[in-house]
Design a protein around this ligand. Sequence first.
Ligand code: NAG
Ligand code: NAG
Ligand code: NAG
Length: 560
Amino acid sequence: MTAGLVLAAAALLVQATHGQNFMSQAREDMFSATSKLEDLLSLEAEIVRMVERYLEAANHRVDIIKRYVSEYHRLSTEGGTGGGSGSGGMVVAHPVDAYLLLKRLTVEWASVEDAMTLHANATQELVQRVALFRERSTFPVMEDLHGAAVALVRLQDTYNLNMTTLPAGTFTGTGPTSSEFHSSKPLSARDCLFLGKHALNKGYYDKAIEWFEAALERASDEEDASASRDEIEPFLKSAIKVHDDVLETRGPRGLDWQTKWVPVDEELASKHKYREVSNQRFQPKLYQQQSEEEEREHFSRLCRGQRLRPVEVETSLVCRLVAHTHGRLHNHGYFTLMPLLLEEMSLDPYIVVFHDFLTAHQTDAIIERAKPKLATSRHRGPDGDFITSMIRTSKNAWLRESDEADDLLVNLTKKIEMTTRLHALRLSAGEDYQVANYGIGGLYVTHTDHLMMNPDPSVYTAWERFMGDRFATFMVYLSDVEAGGATVFPRAGVTIWPKRGSAAFWWNLYSSGVGDENTRHGGCPVLHGSKWICNKWVHYNDQFLQHPCGRNTWDKLVVP
Ligand SMILES: *[C@@H]1O[C@H](CO)[C@@H](O)[C@H](O)[C@H]1NC(C)=O
Ligand SMILES: *[C@@H]1O[C@H](CO)[C@@H](O)[C@H](O)[C@H]1NC(C)=O
Ligand SMILES: *[C@@H]1O[C@H](CO)[C@@H](O)[C@H](O)[C@H]1NC(C)=O
């Protein structure tokens, strides 16, 4: 037992040392797209229907078997009084009884046997049918469950969810509104144990301890405990040991682990180096290179809606109406009657949001078109190839204006052109629309949208070199997200809350075509609900008339 524990702890330490960045390990899973989860609900309903039909027939058969048994008991008690049970054996004296006995053991038993065979056959058949059904549809596997557990731990971490209430299935949302959300059922002690193990495996040592503690608490509350204290306690103990060891030897934070700021063990905690900890405060580090750890810290804080920028910066931002009536190039008057509602999110880098850019009708139409095409998300790997994402937990689809039967997307692209004064409709200027669906826990780790950072141009195709890099991003929010799911810029200190129909716009490149690293951004995990966005990336080279490259490398763009 003790040896086993030590081994387990050692195995955990090994995993901790060799683990990868746990933010980037967010897998591509079932739960990552809500539309897939909805599919699962209907799959489950189909299985329940099969089982219900099975149960109905099974009940009928069990009745036949029961009847046989109760008939025997009824007769043997009655017969017992009349017969000579006192003499030690039952006597069949009556010729009718003899006949009935033989009938029971021949004809009646045969029908019982039939019922049992039928039942066995039906059971086997059901198992086979469900297995076949599972093969034919996308069914979750254990890995998906592990993924969902990790997603829950990640959410708990990113949003500082209250561990008093989370095991009961209740948390308060993060976002413009903070409502309470309740699950249909609380987690059991065993669920908490399961989550604790996952937290431990992923290097969330602080969270692991909290989950094991929650498991203990629930075990004592549960009437018929789903996991015993004896089972949970060793996990808590070894988690505390690993936690304190990691904190002592490697510190409280790293790319693939995190601990509390102070050891759990009181003797260790009394060490001098842990006394100052409470005075340490987070200092934002904006508009400059951040280490991966720092970036993650900024990311999480912005996801929670913390304001990291100085007050002067926050208060200098305004909302305004834009009608584009004075534009030399685009004096089209399109926005004269219905000006754009522009909100500045940041002036440098220049990031704005256009409110009510699309109507609910339009956003729904885009979602409906993308749904059948949702595939596993792919993104550019380090060597420029597209790889199936382990980083992006979303599903996405590509829609091209000219592939659509009507002009919904053409109209949208034209409106984007008029809004941004960029070419976006030509193939050489704008990419197809990328529609992405992020489910619970779905996130996109911090990245830049511009891709062509390799100094060797030969790694890019002729077409890529012709289009140039992604100049600007126009991101439309197609759904409201009840909690979480903001778009955040860790270096620029910006949080944009998703709102159906509004659109974010920013320049990825300076006017010289050089990438602006301060536009690094990511999608916060969705805490409650489902997030749909659609991106239009506009490329650099085709915009040379409106945007001749600046004289200086770092010249910035501000329009619209
Ligand atoms: C039960 O299944 C076996 C083999 O699958 C088959 O031979 C048998 O006829 C079935 N029995 C009934 C009563 O359906
Ligand atoms: C967590 O929730 C409980 C119960 O609602 C509350 O008493 C407690 O103060 C909360 N803890 C934190 C850290 O907000
Ligand atoms: C696209 O715009 C044209 C011209 O304004 C309009 O007639 C048409 O109805 C629009 N199409 C859609 C699908 O909204």
